[in-house]
Design a protein around this ligand. Sequence first.
Ligand code: ATP
Length: 225
Amino acid sequence: MTSSAFPKLSEPLGLFGGTFDPVHFGHLRLAEESIAHLGLGGVRWIPAGQPPHRGVPQVTAQQRLEMVRLAMANNARFSLDPSEVEAEAPSYTVHTLERLRRELGPQQSLVLLVGADAFAGLATWHRWRDIFALAHVAVSHRPGFPVEISSLPHELASEFTDRRRADVSGLKASPAGGIVTFAMTQLAISATQIRKLLANELSARYLLPDSVLDYIQTHSLYRNS
Ligand code: ATP
């Protein structure tokens, strides 16, 4: 028994995956507000590798990673995990969680952060039920995507009912298995909207950090031609 082999982390660790194509203030506020709402020690951002179905990418996974790096600059509570971007094959969330479990040990509380739209699709994820053995799931409200049992597919609704915890302090008491919801500042910003604006040569300022916008302009990303 060598619990000391693992880093001592008493506070739950937030894990925030996404395509971040590009990262925007909706993502940043979700990560920032989750720390206080859920009592997290920090948030590890995990940009996804290139999804196989997207065809020829307009923006590479490395560029999406770089934009997240720029966006999180100077926030000591944020860290960046490049493993999915650097993996040769597309990685599923459950595999990433298994790797983090091995890295951080069985006691560390892990909290997978998802927006309400992503949560509604959870039952389509690879080995989705196994996720609850590896992490808690925290669902943030997002404009246009109410977190309501009636709008969830049946099998996810029943997991939600069984696992839901009203009190976020439960996230610290166990390493995995609960579902909580939290209300964040509602920002109707999406990466889709930003890509459309940029493709039409319209301003995307104040929807995402200037540093990210500068990177997009320098590298001529998200242009139609
Ligand atoms: P796209 O428009 O390309 O689908 P997106 O803006 O939804 O992208 P993703 O990278 O797909 O961004 O999202 C990563 C995570 O952040 C998901 O869990 C998603 O639900 C959440 N999220 C994204 N934007 C917001 C927002 N404005 N408010 C709350 N959660 C958000």
